[in-house]
Design a protein around this ligand. Structure first.
Ligand SMILES: [Zn+2]
Length: 99
């Protein structure tokens, strides 16, 4: 065993809130996510997996790190997905010529 600094203790198993019986342990899995039309594979991604029901929870920090990596617009305000396309808007009145 190698000594670990106090700040880097191995994560302790946490009780599973899905089945209430198992505990979730940290595993490193291959995480799949979609980036637009492309399937992105992330090896060695940390996930908490229940040893009874198999529920997977991903580490929040890792998810946000991954999201930041994959999203070139990270940090910019997100446009709402429900914004109507321009063609559905009433046509803008042509600018009246100023004389
Ligand atoms: Zn469980």
């Amino acid at each position: 065993m190698t000594e670990t600094p106090a700040a880097e203790q191995p994560p302790a198993p946490v009780p599973c809130d899905e089945c209430q019986a198992g505990v979730k342990h940290l595993h490193f899995i291959t995480y799949f996510t979609w980036l637009g039309d492309e399937l992105v594979m992330v090896p060695n991604f940390p996930a908490w997996i229940c040893d009874v029901c198999g529920r997977r929870d991903y580490d929040e920090k890792s998810i946000s790190w991954l999201t930041m990596l994959l999203n070139p617009d990270a940090g910019k305000p997100q446009k709402p997905m429900s914004a109507p396309p321009a063609r559905n808007r009433p046509p803008a009145a042509p600018p009246s010529p100023q004389s």
